[in-house]
Design a protein around this ligand. Structure first.
Ligand SMILES: C[S@@+](CC[C@H](N)C(=O)[O-])C[C@H]1O[C@@H](n2cnc3c(N)ncnc32)[C@H](O)[C@@H]1O
Length: 378
């Protein structure tokens, strides 16, 4: 009889039950198994057909892969030797070693990252390899195979592998490698930076972007750093450093206090209000369905006031699609708190063209082969 297989996933601390429910509902025959805050394994029944490079299409899994079991002990050297014994025969291009999150992002200054302990243990594992050492905690290229070691406790490691089929799967631990600059006025800088890197929205220098819920201004700073012209709408005060920026304007009001045609010159819209998702979507609908408004794409933070709101996600997506945004993707960003990021794009034609990703058509014109925003984002 065939044995069940196991998957591992890491997620935000607090999101474990939501992640389990999401996977169990989308993948019949897959059941949550061992879990710790920020780390979940799943038992996959033998009859479930999943490719080696399976894509779970999960909002809450930061990264995931095939699980090859756990190692327990106090001697890193011994565990490192066992790591290679258990993963013998796996031909991979990278080694990713990371710790599960200690806390929710933003709590007591905690931000997801590759910790010094993970780096130290990664070097021990790398040095124990009998083969040519693999690059440690570098970004994988699209499609490459990665060996994974998750430090669930310093003396309990879970091991496995995955195929880097998406931007997040290429990052060690699925953690966006953005760093908060010292001039950032809020950690929302990291959220916006991650949203831009993960979604690869085709924003370009000089584009006009409006953010609703912009104070004190971290995400506007990230947009300004990308060369955009930014208008922030928020009844609260912006940090003074923003007000000195020539490419930034603050409208100290709520969107309901504005005429909808005032949004007609923007290509991009971001929203990060501390209100329920329905209110956020109601506010957006009023703007983007107005006939003078031509917003190409949106970065929407949806606050999950209660985790149960995760059950409404499909409705949120349908609603955004009904406004003409066919390409919709969601992810709980590594820098999100109890919230998720929804990115919507009107037309595939607006996708940024990547070097080497375009090929010539028979007539010699360039044809984009970059995938839709709701497909694999390698
Ligand atoms: C999480 S904070 C935004 C953080 C901000 N994006 C940053 O980068 O620093 C939420 C903001 O939403 C604003 N807000 C709440 N309701 C609003 C509304 N109806 N219109 C505009 N802003 C609103 C609040 O004033 C608050 O500044």
């Amino acid at each position: 009889m065939e044995e069940p297989r196991f998957l591992f996933a890491t997620c935000q601390v607090g999101a474990e039950a939501t992640l389990k429910a999401e996977i169990e509902s989308n993948w019949p025959g897959v059941r949550g198994a061992f879990s710790r805050p920020g780390f979940v394994t799943f038992k996959v029944a033998p009859e479930v057909r999943m490719a080696e490079g399976v894509e779970l299409q999960s909002v809450f899994a930061r990264t995931y892969g095939w699980c090859q079991g756990s190692l327990k002990g106090n001697q890193a050297q011994e565990l490192a030797d066992q790591f290679w014994q258990q993963l013998e025969g796996q031909q991979a291009a990278h080694l990713h070693v990371w710790q599960r999150d200690a806390r929710m992002p933003g709590q007591d200054g905690f931000e997801p990252s590759i910790t010094p302990l993970a780096t130290e243990l990664g070097h021990v594992i790398r040095a124990a390899s009998q083969q040519a050492p693999l690059p440690l905690n570098r970004r994988a290229k699209s499609g490459q195979k990665v060996l994974d070691c998750i430090i669930v406790e310093p003396d309990q490691w879970w091991i496995g592998y995955h195929q880097a089929n998406s931007i997040a799967a290429r990052w060690p631990g699925g953690i966006c490698p953005a760093v908060l600059p010292d001039y950032a006025v809020s950690r929302a800088y990291l959220k916006m930076e991650e949203a831009l890197r993960w979604s690869r929205l085709p924003v370009k220098k000089g584009d006009r972007c409006v953010e609703i819920g912009s104070a004190p201004g971290g995400s506007c700073q990230a947009l300004l750093d990308h060369g955009l012209q930014v208008v922030g709408i928020d009844p609260a005060e912006m940090d003074e450093s923003l007000l000195e920026q020539p490419n930034f304007t603050h409208l100290r009001m709520r969107p309901v206090d504005m005429k909808r045609r005032e949004f007609k010159d923007f290509q991009w819209l971001a929203v990060d209000m501390n209100v329920a998702p329905q209110y956020t979507l109601d506010s957006l609908e009023a703007i983007v369905t107005h006939d003078t408004v031509r917003i190409r794409g949106m970065i929407i933070t949806l606050k999950l006031m209660q985790w149960e709101l995760a059950a409404e996600i499909e409705q949120y997506v349908e609603r955004v699609r009904s406004w003409g945004y066919q390409h919709v993707r969601l992810r709980q960003l590594s820098f999100n708190r109890q919230e998720i990021c929804l990115v919507a794009l009107k037309s595939r034609a607006f996708r940024r063209r990547l070097p080497g990703k375009n090929r010539k058509t028979k007539r010699g014109r360039r044809k984009s082969t970059t995938p839709a925003v709701d497909a694999t984002d390698s």
